[in-house]
Design a protein around this ligand. Sequence first.
Ligand code: HEC
Length: 118
Amino acid sequence: MLPSARFLICLSLLLPLAAVAGDGEASPDAERLDAERLETLLYQDCGSCHGMTLRGGLGPALPRDRMQALSPKALTHIIRHGIPGTAMPGWEALLSEAEARWIADHLQTDNRLTSLDD
Ligand code: HEC
């Protein structure tokens, strides 16, 4: 039980780093992400449905521990393409792949809401 939990934690820490490095090579724009703009978008625009503190509203709460259950790739996909058939919209028009990945990483590592148990 314990080793596999540790393995998952390692994976969740390493994968986003690998992804960021990869994006940097693939797209020159990845280096110039405007973190402040992306953070504002997350807590205000996403927050209009998920709550300004991400504790949930029309959309479910997005705490760090819950976000870590998804792979960075899956999370980026949800952000870019939304969840068809639900109120979760796709953000493709506003967010590049690298920007969506930044938000996915932020949700998993820097998210102001660590857990709903806080
Ligand atoms: C118009 C309302 C709305 C906005 C704006 C919105 N979402 Fe959502 N989101 C939803 C709803 C509703 C769901 C749940 C869909 C379902 O029933 O599975 C959801 C689901 C999600 C999920 C999956 C959660 C899980 O636990 O499975 C993630 C991640 C997510 N949204 C992130 C974002 C991010 C990041 C943004 C901003 C870029 C955003 N959302 C903006 C309504 C919204």
